[in-house]
Write a protein of this length. Structure first.
Length: 240
């Protein structure tokens, strides 16, 4: 297993976490009807329906990785005039704008089901082709679980209170891993159920966050009026 997984994340099952977040979202989407789909999400400019469309569309990337065909995906995006990650994200929504929501939900269920099954079959230690180069499957599953967790919160999917502490814990720990993986200019440590953060290691800009606030900071979902200093807010947004 990758050294990072063998360390701080070694006790986590990335595939179980990924399956759990997918199941939670699926159950939430299945209970929506009518105007529920048009409610604003926490993603600026996107409705709940738009978030579902994005989730369905981004499976194109996951399948390109599984099929070792990133070149084919890049050709498709170039032909469609899609530029950059933001352009890709919006394209996934726009392409499904006039598609019945039931069809989009079925698309996501099938596509995500394939992704989860094939990642699990390969095992955590295998390497997966990605745009950033070969990457451990277990860590990729963690990234994808984090993505689903973020968007579940974005669309108002409620986590049972009994599950929230454990869910927040793994997300905070994975956020700390992602900060180190990206070599972000911030030091973080957890103690006494608080996360202590320090910009650039200088001690000049520091803050204390609850586990839930730390998770929100790593996915760039803190409220605009949160007192976290701007330098730390920017440095911590590693999973946005």
């Amino acid at each position: 297993m990758d050294h990072a997984m063998a360390g701080a994340l070694a006790d986590l099952d990335p595939f179980a976490l990924y399956d759990g977040e997918a199941r939670r979202l699926d159950e939430h989407f299945a209970g929506l009807a009518g105007a529920d789909w048009d409610r604003p999400s926490r993603c600026a400019g996107w409705s709940v329906r738009d978030v579902l469309a994005h989730l369905a569309g981004e499976e194109l990337y996951n399948h390109a990785c599984l099929d070792d065909d990133l070149a084919g995906l890049n050709r498709l995006l170039t032909e469609a005039g899609v530029d950059g990650l933001d352009g890709f994200n919006q394209w996934t929504v726009d392409e499904r704008r006039d598609v019945p929501v039931e069809t989009v939900l079925s698309e996501w269920r099938a596509a995500n089901g394939r992704t989860r099954a094939e990642l699990r079959a390969r095992g955590a230690d295998a390497l997966l082709p990605t745009q950033a180069g070969p990457y451990p499957v277990g860590l990729q599953a963690m990234h994808l679980a984090s993505e689903l967790a973020t968007h579940a919160d974005d669309v108002g999917c409620r986590t049972p209170p009994v599950d929230e502490p454990e869910r927040t814990d793994w997300r905070a720990r994975f956020g700390a891993f992602a900060l180190a993986e990206q070599d972000r200019p911030v030091l973080v440590r957890e103690a006494d159920n608080r996360w202590y953060v320090e910009a650039d290691g200088t001690g000049a800009v520091t803050a204390q966050l609850s586990p839930a606030e730390f998770v929100e900071a790593t996915v760039d979902r803190l409220p605009a009026d949160h007192p976290l200093p701007a330098a730390l807010r920017t440095a911590l947004a590693c999973l946005a």
